[in-house]
Design a protein. Structure first.
Lengths: 124, 107
């Protein structure tokens, strides 16, 4: 079965940086768009960013545009999220997630597999 | 940005009862809407996509309906494992957005 394993979370001061990684296995990574979704403590889901399978196109929520950068290395089956200029409001569990494929209708920007999440805490 | 509003915020029901959850979009999303289930300490699980299609492995007691701006997730007869938080998500336009969630709790 598809496996997604996030790493890189931790405690960082406001204004600091962090890079999250998501190691993917058991599917053809380069064929699927991937995304990051976060969840602040006790709150709902917030989509953060997505990237196409080739890496040629990226998409961001307004709340993170210019501060967070999504990328991927298809030779390593790994997704990244570079997080700069971090704020208190970025404190959350960050999930990586795989785009779904419908055999009858193709790729869709829903997420059918998710990692277990990695906690980012922004605090002084 | 398309805003998704879910109602009710909390739904209290007993096992065996029927659950009806609503998701309303601030503008039409056609049928490009999904539902997810999330249990405490777990990642979300995709239940329905494109409004009425069940994802792989999802039991038939889950069904979805709607198009345009109004959508419904129905659980025909609640099982104990169905008590969780449910989110809708649209893919009609960027940015992708989620609703704020409906908590389905045991009465």
């Amino acid at each position: 079965e598809v496996q997604l394993v996030e790493s890189g979370g931790g405690l960082v001061q406001p204004g600091g940086s962090l890079r999250l990684s998501c190691a993917a296995s058991r599917f053809t990574f380069r064929s699927y768009a991937m995304g990051w979704v976060r969840q602040a403590p006790g709150k709902g889901l917030e989509w953060v960013s997505a990237i196409t399978g080739s890496g040629d196109n990226t998409y961001y929520a307004d709340s993170v545009k210019g501060r967070l950068t999504i990328s991927r290395d298809n030779s390593k089956n790994t997704l990244y999220l570079q997080m700069d200029s971090l704020r208190d409001g970025d404190t959350a569990v960050y999930f990586c997630a795989k785009q779904m494929f419908d055999s009858g209708d193709g790729y869709k920007y829903y997420f059918d597999y998710w990692g277990q999440g990695t906690l980012v805490t922004v605090s002084s | 940005e398309i805003v998704l509003t879910q109602s009710p915020a909390t739904l209290s029901l007993s096992p065996g009862e029927r659950a009806t959850l609503s998701c309303r979009a601030s503008q039409s999303v056609s049928s490009y809407l999904a539902w997810y289930q999330q249990k405490p300490g777990q990642a979300p699980r995709l239940l329905m996509y494109d409004a009425f299609n069940r994802a792989t492995g999802i039991p038939a007691r889950f069904s979805g309906s709607g198009s345009g701006t109004d959508f419904t997730l129905t659980i025909s007869s609640l099982e104990p494992e169905d008590f969780a938080v449910y989110y809708c998500q649209q893919r009609k336009s960027w940015p992708i957005t989620f609703g704020q969630g409906t908590r389905l709790e045991i009465k």
